[in-house]
Design a protein around this ligand. Structure first.
Ligand code: DAH
Length: 342
């Protein structure tokens, strides 16, 4: 019996030493230690033996069993280690990295920065005001009284009135920044104020309900229309990178007197006349004028002490002219094919 046990054990150890896969280990475990294994047979038959033999055989059977178990474990570990997949765990530090996708400033922000750069280069300060305005700053202080028909020019988004508060609205232009700035500052000064405006109107290729304007305001004791034309020509020549002429046509805005429509010479034909300017040589840009004395008074300045000029231009319109964009609605469309071009 003893030699039988040793024989089984040696055979098992030999077979175990040749295994290649975990499945084979599993099969050998079943074969040598499982319920129907020869060892189990021997242990089952112990009861038929004498006390002496029981002790002796039982002991060596258990020792042999233990030895087989240890060998199974040992080879299982060897197989696991040799199967470790070094290839997939390998890090190749010579592979070129993947470039991270980077966003960039929207074309409107780029144009706004460009405008601010040119004006700060000419000694202007950049001023800011709220997008949610009061009726006072957006209209009354700009010499547009409540019942004045000119108010209809600005289709307004009103904000639900709150008790005790002045009527609130989404500013329809950047002109209220003029008042806010003058309340806090004494002339002489030069400012521009770019910002978002809102109008309750139908949209088409040149109108948006949300758009940007930039206001300019220059005030001093002897600021004239000539200064105004000069600054305008300087700015637009820098912005469009070519010599630009400015033309003023009489117009009306309650906050200026005299008021003008501000035109620049056509970017394509420089004034000769072409398809882009419908053959008249000029492109219309926006409103401008000499600040109405009522506006100075509403801002806390004495009447007739100062003179100044102001304008309010659409930022999108400038961007459209410079980059030949045909539809204002593209700016806020979120269409990446458009945005990525700039
Ligand atoms: N605020 C006017 C508008 O949005 C534009 C404007 C006209 C601004 C004349 C001015 C100005 O500063 O002098 O229609």
């Amino acid at each position: 019996m003893q030699s039988k046990i040793i024989e089984i054990k040696n055979k098992a150890i030999e077979e175990i030493s040749e295994v290649k896969t975990k499945e084979e280990i599993f099969d050998l475990e079943k074969k040598y230690l499982g319920r129907n294994s020869e060892f189990n047979q021997i242990l089952k038959n112990l009861k038929n033996l004498s006390e002496e033999e029981k002790k002796e055989i039982g002991k060596s059977a258990n020792l042999a069993k233990k030895e087989i178990e240890d060998n199974l474990k040992k080879y299982e570990r060897i197989i696991s280690e040799s199967n470790f997949d070094f290839q997939s765990e390998k890090i190749d530090i010579t592979i070129p990295g993947k470039r991270k996708k980077r966003g960039h400033l929207n074309i409107l922000s780029q144009v706004r920065n460009e405008i601010e750069d040119i004006f700060t280069g000419m000694g202007f300060e950049v001023a800011d005001g709220p997008e949610v305005e009061t009726e006072h700053y957006n209209f009354d202080a700009l010499n547009i009284p409540k019942d004045h028909p000119a108010r209809d020019e600005w289709d307004t988004f009103w904000i639900k009135p709150e008790e005790k508060l002045d009527h609130m609205l989404l500013r329809t232009h950047t002109s209220p920044v003029q008042i806010r700035y003058m309340e806090k500052n004494e002339p002489p000064f030069r400012i521009i104020s770019p910002g978002k405006c809102f109008r309750r109107e139908a949209t088409d290729s040149t109108h948006e309900h949300t758009f940007y304007q930039f206001e300019a305001l220059v005030v001093g004791e002897d600021v004239s229309v000539a200064n105004f034309k000069y600054i305008g020509e300087q700015f637009f020549s820098k912005f469009f990178n070519k010599d630009i002429k400015v033309r003023l046509r009489p117009s009306f805005f309650p906050f200026v007197e005299p008021g003008f429509e501000f035109d620049i010479s056509c970017l394509m034909c420089s004034g000769k006349g072409c398809r882009a300017c419908k053959n008249n040589g000029w492109l219309e840009l926006g409103g401008a004028g000499m600040v109405n004395q009522n506006v100075f008074v509403a801002s806390g300045y004495p009447r007739n002490k100062y003179q100044g000029f102001a304008w309010g231009f659409g930022l999108e319109r400038l961007a459209m002219m410079k980059y030949k964009i045909s539809d204002i609605r593209l700016f806020h469309s979120g269409d990446l094919r458009f945005i990525k071009q700039f």
